[in-house]
Design a protein around this ligand. Structure first.
Ligand code: AHR
Length: 558
């Protein structure tokens, strides 16, 4: 049956704190990473006024290239593709007989756009969908037609199954992150799926795989053991889930000879979906068990889900909003930092060596469905606000690179905070897509410490850090700096000093838009798009100007 999304329980409501407290925590933990913060209290400003401290001054950013930190795992730029709405059917799969240009049924335009952002991995088939997915129904010439009860109760044709997904990720050059069905499946079903996928030996399942077109074993980089098992995945207690985790971890094996050592498949356990006691207890329970685990089970990562929604059900519009909603959403998104800190602190107690990765495998903005769209399809537009939101979250992940070694934005195409929107043969790249493209150089680069005076952007009773920045050094020695200007009204002059490198030349590009709710549409696909900016290098300092509400990436050659 169709479960209207509005009936979803308030999973993160206002998160783990009151609205006022949440802002203090997120802002203070954010600000503890900058040298000083010019405070302007909300009382100094009338309701709905907007202002920016230090608007006219040059902001100094210092990057210490002599102290490289953790590697920024490229997998934090991962994607999530669930069988939901038009995410898979139409977004990826049009079938080999379609008039839309395709390779074995997979859209060519989408593949080439995704190749350009170097998608590291794709999580599939869900989401809530994964806990009702039975892989055998979607292989071979005779597909079973089933239902998708989570997302609109629509027909699931199963024409996009295991082989089609693996063909798709091979076409774009990404790794597979497969979530197995713990909620309504069995360990045997999942174990047989992995044998089917990965064994090189001539078992009956391997022969079936070959008969279906793939003789060689597949590589499966990640195995998700359940999804939100505390909610749509079966409403389990942490104790019950842990008993399932041990069984699945033991028996769902990867037999690919190439994955027995360094390339081993990483097993990701279900983790928290917020900061409230039920989720800190969940993290505590799983991590404590892992610390004392016996040889017969193991895990490599703990998943975390956190949507920017402000309150359930999602009510904010994705287009046609003003500065108040712009600032409210961006304030809410900064809760990500407090949430990661909270769960990382628990993980640190049981895993001080940080062997277990925190994988934020569902994140992004969740708005009200577009008027006229199916409410179960989670269709929304994507504006410059989402681009800024994406940059702020990616920067949070980067600052926690030692623990956050994977993340998957929800969701890749046509669903929630998408990279790509499609309508039949048309395709448009969203502002969020452009951010992911701008961040490609940060994939697997080394984190560099950055200090700066963030200043404040104030709108009504909301105060946010005005700018955010991260830096990294890539394998060739090139330095990359990202600076986000949250302020939608004022530009910011930046002067960067670099310790440990002798800057010779620099260049940059920026993403901005005319209005806080500017979007790209099929009719006007380039309203929000990147453009080069002028960057000066003088006496080793790099200076440039940030436009209001912008995401900017600078590269510096030494
Ligand atoms: O991304 C949409 C849904 O959000 C996923 O299916 C589920 O895991 C989460 O509740």
């Amino acid at each position: 049956m169709f479960l209207p999304i509005a009936s979803k329980p308030p999973r993160i409501s206002m998160g783990f704190l009151s609205a006022a407290h949440a802002m203090t925590l997120s802002a203070s933990s954010f600000l503890s990473r900058v040298t000083k913060h010019a405070v302007i209290g909300p009382l100094a400003c009338l309701l709905f006024c907007s202002t920016s401290t230090l608007a006219q001054e040059k902001v100094q950013i210092s990057v210490d290239a002599s102290k490289p930190g953790a590697k920024i795992d490229r997998n934090i730029f991962g994607q999530f593709a669930e069988h939901l709405g038009q995410g898979v059917y139409e977004g990826i799969w049009v079938g080999p007989d379609s008039k839309i240009a395709n390779t074995r049924g997979i859209r060519n335009d989408v593949v080439s756009a995704l190749k350009a952002i170097k998608v590291p991995n794709i999580r599939w088939p869900g989401g809530c969908f994964a806990d009702e997915y039975h892989w055998r129904k979607a292989i071979g010439p005779q597909r079973q037609v089933t239902l998708n009860p989570n997302w609109g109760g629509v027909i699931e044709p199963n024409t996009f199954g295991t082989h089609e997904f693996l063909d798709f990720i091979e076409q774009i050059g990404a790794d597979a992150y497969i979530s197995v069905n713990v909620g309504s499946g069995t360990p045997q079903e999942a174990a047989e799926w992995l044998e089917y996928l990965t064994t090189p030996q001539q078992t009956t399942l391997a022969k079936e795989r070959a008969a279906n077109g793939h003789t060689a074993p597949y590589k499966i980089a990640y195995l998700g053991i359940g999804n939100e098992s505390w909610d749509c995945g079966g409403n389990m207690t942490p104790e019950y889930y842990l008993s399932q985790l041990k069984i699945y971890s033991r028996f769902v094996r990867n037999f690919n000879p190439a994955q027995q050592d360094k390339q081993q498949m990483l097993k990701i356990a279900v983790g928290p979906g917020g900061g409230e006691a039920r989720w800190t207890e969940w993290t505590e329970h799983v991590m404590k068990a892992w610390q004392n685990h016996q040889w017969s089970w193991d895990m490599n990562g703990l998943s975390m889900h956190n949507y920017t929604v402000v309150r359930w059900p999602p009510a904010f519009a994705s287009v046609g909003f003003g500065e108040t909603e712009y600032s409210q959403i961006l304030k809410s998104t900064l809760d990500m930092e407090g949430l990661i800190d909270k769960h990382s602190a628990i993980m640190d107690r049981y895993d001080p060596q940080k062997k277990i990765a925190l994988i934020v495998d569902e994140w992004g903005a969740w708005y009200a469905s577009l008027p006229g769209s199916h409410p179960g399809f989670l269709a929304q537009q994507n504006s410059i606000r989402d681009a800024i939101l994406a940059a702020l979250n990616l920067n949070i992940f980067v600052r926690h690179a030692d623990r956050v070694r994977g993340a998957n934005i929800a969701q890749m195409i046509n669903v929630l905070q998408a990279m790509i929107l499609t309508d039949k043969d048309k395709m448009v790249l969203t502002p969020t897509y452009h951010v992911f493209k701008m961040y490609v150089p940060f994939q697997d680069a080394s984190f560099l410490p950055v200090t700066f005076n963030a200043g404040s952007y104030v709108h009504g009773d909301i105060t946010l850090p005005r700018i955010d920045a991260i830096a990294a050094k890539d394998a060739t020695g090139k330095l990359w700096l990202e600076v986000t200007n949250v302020d939608p009204n004022n530009s910011v002059e930046i002067e960067t000093s670099l310790n440990g490198i002798n800057a010779k030349s620099a260049r940059g590009e920026t993403l901005t838009a005319p209005k806080v709710d500017s979007v790209n549409t099929f009719e006007a696909p380039n309203t929000v798009t990147t453009k080069p900016i002028s960057v000066k290098v003088e006496a080793g300092k790099v200076t440039f100007k940030l436009e209001p509400k912008s995401v900017t990436v600078i590269s510096v050659e030494q």
